[in-house]
Design a protein. Structure first.
Length: 303
């Protein structure tokens, strides 16, 4: 083979090599955008998964929030029940306190309720003095008034039973929605028919000593006498103490008002008073006296 033929073969080989190289580079350039799109697709898919994960996290937070709300609601319901029980206990205690300040006019709420059973205190722990006094003050006062201990205990027992009956009746009526009905009024009236005042049970003289033992008002004092009033005409003066109006012994201002409204208006009534330690009787017409009075305390043995 001559030299010119060799050069020709070499040129053809170089041309083929260059062509193959250019073709491979073109194919690579065309492939790179595809790879980029694939990576972009992967990136977008990753973002989609992130959004899904965010949605899942929000749902879990909502579940936790609902659980907390349910927990708070249950706690609120428990606190409401506890408050209701405390209110009922407070009603019992308030009724007992009112009984310690009664002045002879019996009212449905002026009754000492029987204390609720409580666990016994340890032997080394003394019972609170206030609780002991609240339970036995009525009996102590009755005994001090001259009533024997057995009778005093029986009086307190019967009053406690009626007081509890009234409390339970009122509670049931409120719960069942028939508090202000004729049926409730009839049941309350039945309880009242069974109730007897301490004054009626032990008599006026012992009742006077009973009030004094409780350190309660047992007298009615005249604060002022109105000009030209029946009291002024009869000679009543400020400072006089009214003991009796007609046949009625007077222990409280309300009792005096009630007595003046009874009987026949205008009829003559004997009014027993204490003035400067001395007892007097004056005559007044039945009806308003024309005085201003106030509750006071007096010694049952001397006026």
């Amino acid at each position: 083979m001559n030299e010119r033929a060799v050069y020709g073969v070499l040129l053809v080989a170089v041309g083929l090599a260059v062509g193959v190289s250019l073709g491979w580079r073109g194919e690579r350039d065309r492939a790179e955008p595809v790879k980029g799109r694939f990576e972009d697709s992967v990136s977008v898919s990753g973002q989609s998964r992130g959004a899904g994960e965010t949605e899942g996290s929000g749902y879990q937070r909502a579940i936790r929030l609902e659980q907390r709300i349910e927990l708070l609601a249950s706690k609120l319901a428990a606190e409401s029940d506890e408050r209701r029980r405390l209110e009922e206990r407070l009603e019992v205690l308030a009724t007992g306190l009112a009984a310690l300040h009664e002045s002879g006019n019996e009212t449905p709420h002026a009754i000492t309720p029987k204390p609720e059973p409580v666990a016994a205190a340890p032997a080394t722990q003394a019972a609170p003095a206030s609780a002991h006094e609240a339970i036995t003050s009525m009996e102590h006062a009755l005994v001090a008034a001259g009533v024997d201990a057995t009778t005093a205990t029986e009086i307190k027992r019967r009053r406690d039973e009626l007081a509890l009956s009234e409390i339970y009746l009122r509670n049931q009526a409120e719960r069942e929605g028939w508090l202000n009905t004729p049926d409730f009024a009839a049941k309350m009236a039945e309880i009242e028919r069974q109730r007897t005042s301490i004054r009626d049970e032990i008599g006026d003289e012992a009742y006077d000593r009973y009030l004094a033992a409780l350190d309660q008002p047992n007298r009615v004092a005249v604060d002022e006498v109105l000009l030209d009033s029946p009291a002024a005409v009869a000679g009543l003066q400020a400072g006089d103490v009214v003991l009796r109006y007609g046949d009625t012994r007077i222990f409280a201002p309300g009792e005096l008002v009630t007595a003046t409204r009874g009987g026949t208006a205008g009829e003559n009534v004997q009014l027993e008073i204490i003035r400067q330690g001395q007892r007097f009787e004056v005559e007044v017409p039945r009806g308003p006296l024309g005085v201003r009075v106030a509750a006071s305390r007096g010694d049952p043995t001397g006026g």
